[in-house]
Design a protein around this ligand. Sequence first.
Ligand code: ADP
Ligand code: 5GP
Length: 212
Amino acid sequence: MLFVISGPSGCGKSTLIKEVRRQTAGLGFSVSHTTRTPRPSEKDGVDYHFVPVAKFERMARAGKFLEWARVHGHLYGTSRAEVERRRPERDVVLDIDVQGARQVRRKVPEACFVFIMPPAAGELRRRLKKRGEDAPEALARRLRDARAEIRAYPEFDYVVVNDDLRKAVEELRTIVAAARLRPAARSAALRPILGSFTSRPADRPRTGKGRP
Ligand code: ADP
Ligand code: 5GP
């Protein structure tokens, strides 16, 4: 199962994903490629694969990305290899923007799409400032772009308002638990049950009058 998490920059996606992964077994994280420069706290290969524009464009032309988009003036993409590499962890979480989510919806319609909504515009600004890792122009652009991004929420399967962090973590964990019970995610558990119903009648215990 693929979990697609979107929402404006600063709404708390990374924080929520980290906490839900800590509390939930079997959730791998797809590390995206990006052309933006690393923030002081970020590590190459952990938060992102930081690559030059030429390399990103080469990968895009070669069809290496499941989806990619230009976001806040930089290129971001989910490589197919990255998603495949995480498969043994059972489920994979993508933290991508709304344009990327639309591309994944077309290619993997059975994925679970979650929108993270900030509690208010003022609080989003406070969180971006508090994180303190974006230059003032980058911060202003992210706030401006948020107005358009939040309008995409009806396209998603679920919306979590990240006001109280503990509540939002609980809600996201509930969504993961529910999505894991969808028919498409249950084939391994259902196989033996379905198999037991396809055995020949002669194999079943006989009952009824006149039989020993
Ligand atoms: P995103 O990944 O969506 O860009 P982050 O996870 O980096 O956002 O969060 C942005 C900032 O907001 C961080 O400083 C984080 O600690 C803070 N934050 C996240 N969730 C909450 C919350 N529920 N209440 C208060 N601050 C939060
Ligand atoms: P940031 O620069 O704050 O880490 O991320 C900016 C935006 O890019 C966020 O909305 C984030 O979800 C999005 N993003 C991160 N990785 C990808 C990706 O691989 N593909 C797409 N389409 N968006 C991404």
